[in-house]
Write a protein that binds this ligand. Structure first.
Ligand code: PLP
Length: 485
C-alpha cells in the first residue's frame, strides 16, 4: 500500500458515486469510493452488493502545482482553498529586481502588501532583500511580527490615524509616504513628541489617466490619493511643514497611476510628468528630490483577452525611460523605486472550489460552488474576469457554457459568467486561475463564510500558511460588555 491514493464521495445520497486517484494519475470511478480504492489496490474488479459499475478511466494528467496534486490538497484541506506557487512568487520578485536596475540610480523594488500579505509572504520579501509597502497598522504589524526589516518598509495610505503614525515611528519604519497636508502636520507633532525620526516622501498625483478600470485608476485629477502636481502651493506647504520637524528627512516624491496597466506608455508619460514636476519644484524651492517612486500597477493575464507586458519588460522599460528622461533633466534622483503587487502574486495564486449543485435556467447552465464573493470580491466589485478548469478534467473536451456562481447571497456573486468546460458534475473541483492578488486580501466573512486556508507549494511540498477561518474564529470578538461612559 505504498501507493499514494485518495478517494472521495460525490454527494451524500446512497448509493453515492466516488472517485479514487493513484499517484500516477490513474482515475478509478465507481458508484462507491471504497470500491474504487479497492479496485485500485487489488487491480481486480470486485463485486460488492449494492455497488454498481466499476470502471477504470483513462490515465489523465493530474493537475499539479509545483509537483503538488491540487485534488489531493483540496481533499485534505477542503474547499474553498487558495494555493500559491511559492517559486513563482519568488521568481516574479527577482525578475522585478533584476530588470529594474541601472548604472545611473540605486533601485528598489517594494512589494505592495495589499495584493496579498501574510507572515510567509513577508518572509519571502525580506529574504529577497526587497522593500515592502504597507497601508495600515495591520499590515505593518504583520510585517514586523514576521521579522521584516522595518527599515525597508514604506508606510502609505491616504488617511493614516494618529495611532498608525505612532506605530510606524515606534516600529522604526524606514519611510512614510504622506498623502496630504493634514498628515504632514500630524506627523511633525507626533514625531517631535516621541522624538523619533523617519524619512518622508510625498505622494503626488501626476494626473495621468491610465487605461484601466475606473475603480483602479488612482491618478485622475480628482483622485482621493496624493496632491495634484498642479497644486504646487500645497506641495510646498507639505515640504515646509516637514522641514520644521526636528526628526524628519524629506526625501522626495511618490506616484502610483493605477492598477492592471498593460500599456507601458502610461508609465512613460507618468515618468515624464514626474521629472518635469521635480525640475519645477527644484526651480521654485531649490529642493532636488533624492528619491522617486513610480508606484506599481503592472498588469497580469487573467483571460485570453489580457495582453500584459511581462513584469520584467515593464520594469526594464521603466528604468530605461527614467535614464532617458531624468538623464536630461535638471533633477536626477539618486534612488528610484517601483511597487509591484498584483504582478508578483496574481498569477502565482489559484482558488479551488467544489461544485455543489447544477441548475439550468431558460438560457444558462449554472454551477454553484462553495465559495464566492466572500473569498474573491473582484468580479462583483470590478467586473473582473477569470478563467477556470475542472481539476483532472482539463484533458476532456469542453462541452458546455457554464455560469459559475458563488454561494453568497448577492446576485452579483458570479465568479465567471461564461466558462466553456467539459461536462460538470456535483463534486467536481473547479480551479480558478490568477486569483493570487486582491482575492484573499479583500476577502470578508460576509454571510459568515470563513475565509479559506492558504497553502504555499514549492518543490513538491505544501505548507499551510493561513488556516481556514472557523465558525468559532468568527465569533471570538463577540461580547456583551456594559460600556461605562
Ligand atoms: C501606492 C500603491 N503602490 C502600489 C500598488 C500596487 O499596485 P499593483 O498591485 O497593481 O501592482 C498600489 C495599489 O493600489 C498602490 O496604491
Amino acid at each position: 500500500m505504498s501507493e499514494a491514493i485518495s478517494a472521495e464521495l460525490y454527494g451524500q445520497a446512497w448509493p453515492c458515486s466516488g472517485v479514487a486517484v493513484n499517484s500516477r494519475g490513474t482515475v478509478y470511478e465507481s458508484r462507491c469510493a471504497i470500491a474504487a480504492v479497492d479496485q485500485m489496490l487489488t487491480g481486480k474488479s470486485i463485486a460488492l452488493a449494492g455497488f454498481y459499475f466499476l470502471r477504470r478511466r483513462e490515465t489523465v494528467t493530474m493537475l499539479k502545482i509545483s509537483d503538488v496534486c491540487v485534488r489531493r490538497l483540496a481533499r485534505e484541506l477542503g474547499t474553498p482553498l487558495q494555493i500559491f506557487d511559492q517559486a513563482a512568487i519568488e521568481k516574479q520578485l527577482s525578475t522585478a529586481q533584476e530588470n529594474f536596475r541601472s548604472e545611473m540610480f540605486d533601485t528598489e523594488v517594494a512589494y505592495a502588501t495589499k495584493a496579498f500579505g501574510c507572515g510567509a509572504m513577508y518572509k519571502i520579501v525580506n529574504d529577497a532583500g526587497a522593500y515592502l509597502d504597507v497601508v495600515s497598522g495591520g499590515e505593518m504589524y504583520g510585517a514586523h511580527k514576521a521579522g521584516m526589516d522595518m527599515d525597508r518598509v514604506f508606510f502609505h495610505g491616504n488617511s493614516k490615524t494618529e495611532e498608525e503614525i505612532e506605530q510606524a515611528l515606534e516600529l522604526g519604519c524606514g519611510t512614510i509616504v504622506l498623502d496630504n497636508i493634514g498628515e504632514a502636520e500630524k506627523l511633525v507633532r507626533i514625531s517631535d513628541k516621541m522624538e523619533k525620526g523617519i524619512d518622508v516622501v510625498l505622494r503626488i498625483n501626476p494626473g495621468i489617466e491610465a487605461h484601466t478600470h475606473e475603480y483602479v485608476i488612482t491618478a485622475n485629477i480628482d483622485s482621493k490619493f496624493g496632491i495634484s502636481v498642479k497644486k504646487t502651493s500645497d506641495i510646498h506647504r507639505v515640504m515646509s511643514i516637514v522641514d520644521d520637524g526636528r526628526f524628519l528627512n524629506f526625501k522626495g516624491f511618490h506616484m502610483h497611476i493605477g492598477s492592471q496597466i498593460t500599456d507601458p506608455d502610461s508609465f512613460g508619460k507618468a515618468i515624464e510628468t514626474m521629472s518635469a514636476f521635480a525640475d519645477d519644484i527644484c526651480e521654485r524651492s531649490g529642493y532636488a528630490a533624492e528619491f522617486i517612486s513610480l508606484g506599481g500597477g503592472f498588469g497580469i493575464k487573467y483571460t485570453e483577452s489580457d495582453k500584459p507586458v511581462p513584469l520584467g519588460e515593464m520594469a526594464r522599460y521603466s528604468i530605461k525611460k527614467c535614464e532617458e528622461v531624468f538623464g536630461k533633466a535638471k533633477v536626477r534622483p539618486k534612488r528610484l523605486c517601483i511597487e509591484p503587487g498584483r504582478s508578483v502574486v496574481g498569477e502565482a495564486g489559484v482558488s479551488v472550489y467544489k461544485v455543489g449543485y447544477l441548475k439550468d435556467t431558460e438560457t444558462l447552465h449554472y454551477a454553484f460552488v462553495d465559495g464566492g464573493m466572500s473569498d474573491n470580491i473582484r468580479p462583483a466589485l470590478y467586473g473582473s474576469e477569470y478563467t477556470c478548469a475542472i481539476v483532472n478534467k482539463e484533458n476532456d473536451e469542453p462541452k458546455r457554457h457554464y455560469c459559475i456562481a458563488g454561494k453568497n447571497c448577492e446576485s452579483a456573486d458570479i465568479i465567471i459568467h461564461d466558462a466553456f468546460l467539459p461536462e460538470l458534475h456535483e463534486g467536481d473541483y473547479l480551479i480558478v486561475y490568477a486569483t493570487g492578488a486582491y482575492g484573499y486580501s479583500m476577502a470578508s466573512n460576509y454571510n459568515k463564510c470563513g475565509r479559506p486556508p492558504v497553502v504555499f507549494v514549492k518543490d513538491g511540498e505544501a505548507r499551510l500558511v493561513i488556516k481556514r477561518e472557523t465558525y468559532e474564529d468568527m465569533t471570538t470578538l463577540e461580547t456583551d460588555e456594559r460600556i461605562e461612559l
